[in-house]
Design a binder for this molecule. Sequence first.
Ligand code: NAD
Length: 385
Amino acid sequence: MGTYRIGVLLGDDIGPEIVPQAVAALTAAAEVTAGLELRFTDIPIGAAAYKASGYTLPPGTLEQMAKLDGWILGPLGHAAYPQEPKAINPHPIFRRHFDLYANIRPTRSLPGVKTLHEGVDLMMVRENNEGMQPDRNMHKGSGEFMPTPDMALSMRVITRHGSERIARAAFEVARARGKARAATGRTHPAGPRPRVTIIHKRTVFKLTCGLFVDTAREVAAEYPDVDTDEHQVDSFAMALTMKPQRFDTVVVTNMFGDILSDLAAALVGGLGLAPGLNAGDSYAMAQATHGSAPDIAGRNIANPYAIIISAQMLLDWLGRRHTDESAMSAAHKIEQAVHYIIAKNIARTPDIGGKATAEEFGRAVIQAMCTDKSPDGEPFLGPRG
Ligand code: NAD
């Protein structure tokens, strides 16, 4: 019996509307999968925690999280937090404290959802703790400072160690995706073999991007079954916008990856369809790409897709880490059910042209998972991959 303890951190604004849908989907998947038990622990965070305790990251939270196997983190509306030391943005701290160095963000076209592009199946593997981000790229202090009132500076950190492990994560992802395609007879428009595209701007950042690319090339040599190519970040932005189907797996530094993954989301239907996993060697955290969407909060219309698939990625990660078929199978059921109800237009939220509430979407996912056949009689669970 695989038993996993998962922390639930609701987050702000739309967080309490969408995160419970992810918990419900995981709970239902465990119920229909033999040999899997999931135990959830609520952990207060963000604006609600600040109201209750005076801290957005209450003391003892990291210790509590360390006792669990992984976490689902809802979006944080940190831009609206009061400007005071007890109202910090917790998520860079989680990424750093638990060494969650890989941010894995899929971008997929979903059948039936009208978008700028079709046939996109891209995985962005973004370095998570270095780069330009001043709130996490220093051991102490900030990577951004102001020597005079009229001058502001930011430091960019690239290390061989950070570059090597994010490159290895990307090649592992590409290899796994290639194997899954081969097992199910699917092909990728980028070509018959898996491919990693390395993103950089080494014409300008000769040392930092140079170190990143050279290290990634060294890692590439360990993966003769995976093709490699390279793109300058600016030309990649154009190529991604015009022909995103060309790309399979992309490895990218922190800030470039943050920007490019939002751009990629726009190509397939927007941020409501942009999931993500923050993963290290010991822990992983489900966290959608989008923010707390204060503009639509309180109306129950936010799309829970991104956080449900993020949680599904966490379950799959736990299954792979513990070589646990039950967890991987349960993750597969969630993925199939979510994609099925969108493809068949059983439930879609307004951002992708539907009328369903977040709750209705969540209920439809569970219903699809708990039936062997779809309402129109087709088996909805396809091959894993
Ligand atoms: P946002 O991602 O919250 O919203 C951008 C747009 O996308 C909005 O129109 C919003 O309604 C829409 N959107 C986002 N998620 C959606 C969903 N699940 N379903 C339907 N529509 C969705 O970005 P923002 O408005 O720039 O930021 C709002 C707050 O979130 C700020 O406080 C910001 O600092 C924070 N933020 C947090 C994270 C995070 O926690 N990972 C990421 C980005 C922004």
